[in-house]
Design a protein around this ligand. Structure first.
Ligand SMILES: Cc1cc2nc3c(=O)[nH]c(=O)nc-3n(C[C@H](O)[C@H](O)[C@H](O)COP(=O)(O)OP(=O)(O)OC[C@H]3O[C@@H](n4cnc5c(N)ncnc54)[C@H](O)[C@@H]3O)c2cc1C
Length: 455
């Protein structure tokens, strides 16, 4: 037992349940300072996109209410994180600082801060809160990182099972009077214009919203997961933004699905968990390639002959005015709700990269700004997967045909007609010749392959 305060620094883990850093701090028995720092300035930080800012605002508001109900206070600060933590330690005589790990570039800042705090005699620990398998623990037989998903996931499944979720605290004793910002002063919400009505209608950010969505998914959609590629039906969980902000932990998901669920087939559960495994795989890649959003995972793609970006074509893609119905329906779903079905993401990304011949980074940046689940690992890893420049990537010759994809996965056009009602300004044909553009992409990709083989 100690009476010195412990600081819990929340980042991508906006929850009270199964939060190892928070759990460790409350276990010490003294008062805690629970702080979230809105940091857009530290090295290695990628400032949030607009939809993520909306989500963050609402998630923090929900968390603040939860903490309030347990008798505590959420402290909000803005600016460079490390000096703020140092200042909190000094001002309040904290003896311990805890956080759950990050895996991208910003982890260097965390390592430096940990070292500095320890040198001052402060206890500082980081925890595994956001991944089932820590990236450095999953390696090939030769001790290297995996580049292919299937053996990666097999290795995960045969390693030590994920730990059990930790309970949320029943009450909180927080250090009183710690200076805190007003959430509204951060200006996270859109104002002029306020485009967030579609997001409000679709989502409930926060831990309670995450758990409700998960339970509803188990109850009514998990057993249809084998139909997850059909965008017109509700067969996936839509947990991605909740996972992105850490409102539910993958451990909670994992262990809940080990329960006997008599109405769900084991194939559907295993398939769902393997998609959660793709998230682990993306983080594994990010951990080893922290510049994933900027650089090709496969360096030979640095020589790919992207043309000058066609701004008119890019704008048409962003607005859902390409004349390709499945692509446009997806881009409008994204604009309206901050989300797009996975199959449609693949098709829309392939169309931008391969038919419009635009660098994957342009699309990645648009998704980063507009997705509520915009994720530092999943987004660039998925874009590079579609481009062919990533790990376990789609083969270069795979150019999705959006018309055939629509016939196959949205045969009665439920999805397309939901997002793309008939309108006069809609192009009567695709803005690009589908066949010629496909040929152009294929020949550029095969030239790249030939150069690689020759070199
Ligand atoms: C071009 C492109 C960009 C993408 N950008 C993102 C992104 O920024 N953030 C993001 O979370 N996902 C991204 N994805 C992956 C995937 O589309 C979403 O995770 C999924 O659509 C979320 O819906 P869901 O929660 O209903 O998924 P479910 O099918 O219910 O899957 C459960 C969870 O598993 C994870 N998951 C599922 N599929 C994938 C995948 N292919 N790769 C990595 N994790 C996966 C997600 O965390 C998801 O919430 C992207 C895919 C593509 C093709």
């Amino acid at each position: 037992m100690t009476s010195a305060p412990a600081i819990v620094w929340l980042r991508n883990d906006l929850r009270l349940g199964d939060n190892p850093a928070l759990h460790a701090a409350t276990e010490l028995g003294g008062p805690v300072i629970i702080v979230y720092i809105h940091d857009e300035v530290s090295a290695g930080i990628r400032p949030l996109g607009s939809a993520s800012r909306w989500w963050l605002h609402h998630s923090l508001r929900a968390l603040n209410t939860q903490i309030d109900q347990l008798g505590g206070t959420l402290v909000l600060r803005q600016g460079e994180a490390a000096p703020i933590i140092q200042e909190l330690v000094a001002d309040h005589g904290a003896q311990a600082v805890f956080w759950n790990r990050r895996y991208g570039k910003a982890r260097d800042n965390d390592a430096t801060l940990k070292e500095e705090l320890r040198q001052r005699g402060i206890t500082c620990e980081s925890f595994a809160g956001n991944l089932l398998f820590e990236p450095w623990t999953i390696k090939t037989g030769e001790g290297n990182p995996f580049r292919v998903f299937t053996p990666f996931w097999k290795a995960c499944l045969s390693s030590a099972p994920p730990r059990f979720p930790l309970p949320a605290p029943e009450s909180l004793t927080c250090v009183p009077g710690v200076e805190s910002d007003e959430l509204s002063s951060w200006g996270l919400l859109p104002t002029n214009p306020d485009w967030s009505a579609g997001l409000e209608a679709q989502w409930t950010p926060g831990e309670a919203g995450a758990h409700t969505r998960f339970e509803n998914f188990i109850e009514s959609a998990l057993n249809s997961y084998h139909r997850r590629d059909e965008p017109g039906i509700e067969a996936t969980s839509r947990l991605s933004p909740h996972l992105r902000f850490g409102e539910i932990s993958p451990h909670t998901i994992w262990h809940r699905l080990q329960d006997n669920l008599p109405h769900v087939s084991s194939e559907n559960t295993a398939k769902f968990l393997s998609e959660v495994g793709w998230r682990e795989f993306s983080y594994n890649i990010l951990f080893h390639h922290t510049e994933l959003a900027e650089k090709n995972f496969r360096p030979e793609f640095d020589h790919f002959p992207w043309g000058e970006p066609d701004q008119k074509a890019i704008a048409a893609w962003q607005k859902g005015l390409t004349g390709v119905p499945l692509v446009d329906a997806g881009m409008r779903e994204l604009w309206e709700t901050g989300y797009m079905h996975n199959r449609v993401r693949m098709v829309a990304a392939s169309f931008l990269i391969k038919n419009l011949f635009v660098h994957w980074r342009v699309g990645e940046a648009w998704f980063w700004d507009t997705l509520v689940d915009a994720d530092e690992a999943n987004n660039p890893a998925s874009w590079q997967w579609v481009a062919g420049s990533g790990a376990d990537a789609a083969p270069y010759f795979r150019v999705f045909n959006p018309l055939l994809q629509a016939d196959k996965f949205d045969p009665d056009r439920t999805y397309i007609s939901r997002w793309l009602p008939e309108s006069e300004d809609y192009p009567s044909e695709p803005i690009v010749d589908m066949k010629a553009s496909r040929e152009r992409a294929l020949s550029a990709f095969s030239a790249l392959k030939a150069a690689r083989q020759a070199g």
